[in-house]
Design a protein around this ligand. Structure first.
Ligand code: HEC
Length: 171
């Protein structure tokens, strides 16, 4: 491409950008009139949306663990625990990165404490990942008692982090 062509395509891009921005602006106005909740969703920082999704996934894995435990013992339970714990490990390893951006833009229960004490936050996140990894390994040893103990430990880590870094009530 020649320099002039590049300049031209840039100008076209900018113009279409302005058009899209204009349409989005109108959309925002509609949402404003439709109520606060919708507007918040529209104005939510994608980082907030993403970290909530990650957390909900971790919550779903926790549910899978509890459901598996209720079924008692045996290799089916062990396999379910191994899979859920493995999935939780993968997600927990992403917590630190998901909360890298210091933002409360949108519907969030996070508090600024996260970025004031990122060291502690990251430590608990690492702890959860480590415990989930251990649980994925010990599933075949010790039976239901060992599983229960490991899930209990994991639950304490959810609680510890939420207590220090989340609002008590949802906005
Ligand atoms: C290192 C800190 C940390 C750990 C560990 C942690 N959480 Fe969270 N969790 C958060 C924060 C912060 C939020 C608030 C996210 C937001 O609204 O921006 C959250 C939000 C949630 C939510 C609500 C998501 C939403 O859609 O609003 C669920 C469910 C959840 N966590 C489940 C869990 C479970 C289950 C565990 C343990 C297996 C866990 N979390 C471990 C920090 C953590």
């Amino acid at each position: 491409m020649k320099k002039r062509d590049v300049f031209f395509s840039l100008a076209v891009l900018m113009m279409s950008g302005a058009l899209i921005a204009g349409c989005a602006g109108e959309g925002m106005m509609d949402k404003k009139m439709m109520g606060k909740k919708k507007m918040m969703k529209g104005g939510e920082d994608p980082a907030v949306t993403a970290r909530k999704k990650l957390m909900r996934g971790i919550g779903a894995d926790m549910k899978r663990l509890r459901t598996a435990m209720k079924q008692g013992s045996g290799w089916v339970v062990q396999e379910q625990v191994r899979q859920a714990a493995g999935d939780m490990y993968k997600k927990a390893s992403k917590i630190k990165k998901a909360f890298q951006k210091n933002t409360l833009a949108g519907k969030t229960t996070s508090t600024t404490a996260i970025w004031k004490d990122k060291g502690k936050f990251n430590l608990i996140a690492d702890g959860l990942a480590a415990n989930a990894a251990v649980l994925a390994q010990i599933h075949y040893k010790g039976g239901p008692a060992a599983i229960k103990k490991a899930v209990g430990l994991i639950g304490r880590q959810c609680g510890a982090c939420h207590k220090s870094f989340r609002k008590k009530k949802k906005r």
